[in-house]
Design a protein around this ligand. Sequence first.
Ligand SMILES: NC(=O)c1ccc[n+]([C@@H]2O[C@H](COP(=O)([O-])OP(=O)(O)OC[C@H]3O[C@@H](n4cnc5c(N)ncnc54)[C@H](O)[C@@H]3O)[C@@H](O)[C@H]2O)c1
Length: 243
Amino acid sequence: MARFTDKVVLISGGARGQGAAEARMLVAEGGRVVIGDVLEEQGRALAAELGAAARFVRQDVTRLEDWQEAVAAAEAMGGLTGMVNNAGIYVPKPLMQTDAELFERHMRVNQLGCFLGMQAVVPAMERAGGGSIVNISSTAGLRGSPGALAYSATKWALRGMTKAAAVDLAPKGIRVNSIHPGPIETDMVKVWSNEQRAVRLAQIPMGRIGLAEDVARAVLFLLSDDSAYMTGAELSVDGGASL
Ligand SMILES: NC(=O)c1ccc[n+]([C@@H]2O[C@H](COP(=O)([O-])OP(=O)(O)OC[C@H]3O[C@@H](n4cnc5c(N)ncnc54)[C@H](O)[C@@H]3O)[C@@H](O)[C@H]2O)c1
């Protein structure tokens, strides 16, 4: 039987990249998805491609009202049992080139967005009898990452928030885990010069940049009952880059 029959999953930042790969895989495994994103055109096109099992909602993760609308859309499709805090921005600057505005922008989208998201889905997951939250951190949340101070701050924060929320939510039957992707071939890393890309590649023991599907498979594992006894865990999906 497909692992996600009768499951509804909300994916923030799901219009493209890793979130879109997760949406496609979930639907292929019998699930239903709500795709939230600020990218309306891409989000609507993806939902149309996936048919009745998918719905797009315009969602800015920094806005509580948008989370409430996304949760309501998910509950209209059935019980909400899964959520991926996937939305993120990456504007890499080293410490001395990071101003307060850039720092706060990362905090609002990557960190506050994750906080609001976890809070927003809990009542719906309780109504559904439990659930699984997957927070997308990064190898930048496991070790020092070059030239990305503000981004790193938020990805370390997600790692800690995951563990704190896992303890708080375990009695409610809600699991919370984090995924730590290494460099993944999506629009996000198009900011790199060829030289920066070569430096990242040289740090990967498995010798290749990851694909969105590499991460999606791990996300589906954590969303599924295959990981029923896992909470507060951190899973690297990075070809060994954080070793
Ligand atoms: N690509 C990588 O190398 C890499 C590595 C480690 C972690 N990650 C993390 O993986 C996640 C997915 O990134 P990706 O690689 O698919 O890149 P991506 O840029 O394709 O996807 C990020 C998505 O988040 C959306 N988003 C940005 N701000 C938003 C907001 N305020 N509200 C709602 N949506 C918003 C974007 O529109 C986009 O669709 C991110 O959290 C990212 O930090 C990426």
